[in-house]
Ligand binder design. Sequence first.
Ligand SMILES: [Zn+2]
Length: 323
Amino acid sequence: MSRDPRNAITRRAAIIGGGLLAAAGALSSPALAKMPFAKAQAPGYFRRKLGDFEVTAVLDGDIDLELKLFSGDAAEMQRLSAQSYQPSPPRIHCNAFAVNTGEKLYLVDTGTGVLLGSSLGRVAENLVLAGINVDQIDAILLTHLHPDHFGGMTMEGRPVFKNAEIYVAEADAKFWLSAEVADKAPTDFKPFFEMAVAAIKPYAHRLKPLPAKGEIASGVSAIALPGHTVGHTGYLFASGKEQMLVWGDVVHNAALQFERPEWTFAADTDREQAAAARKRAFDMVATDKLLVAGMHLPYPGLGFVEKAGAQYRYHADFWSTKL
Ligand SMILES: [Zn+2]
């Protein structure tokens, strides 16, 4: 048992104290019992063990993502969305995942920073609330170079993670950091290239290519899942008998894409390849019963996938006191 008796005592004192206060309020002044509304969300972090590793999911925030951005039939998408009680308009979460292997502290993706509005950008704050100092991050593993994944790395030209090395697939670096590719890109897409260059710039001397065979360290390896971007990458963490695939953007909308994995998303660079990567990832995690960590799965973005005929079902992870 890792329970700290001091916490138990504090908790008991809080419960008893709260009870006494409420009782006093009821007796003397009913107004005392009125609790002001918090009007702000609670901190967004969730912790679990993976073998000997410790995983902390941190929430960046939420953002609208209209159904029309997906390739499915409009009425069928609407039906699946309603069936899952998705908010209307549909919103998705952005998550990042810190993994402490005992040797190194990794952060997979960094959220949006200030790039995509005030409903997002909470990764650094939630890391700190979870007891993780951003200076303690040894390496950032990027799933791909889209702004909702690299945006939290850099603030006003300065690195947020001062001691971190950056791993990113060479194919993505060659694409999103290339002035030549950016020149040929449609005008609407040009800002994405500029944002990627600005985010990576302060880390230029600490940029690491992914190893050819994928192994970054013992129990930490990269798995190519191209399609959403040319170098879109998942990261597999393995400790003891447990494994977790951090699969980046294999799923953008859980209500739609587990049921219809063939439905693609407007930001996929190669839609056909993205759908193939999704089916491959689903089969892998369903067959081997791997824990999945998804950047756009409903927060905390951790769960399991069950194969159900030609479709799949998602089961959210279970919060536990056991760490
Ligand atoms: Zn994304």
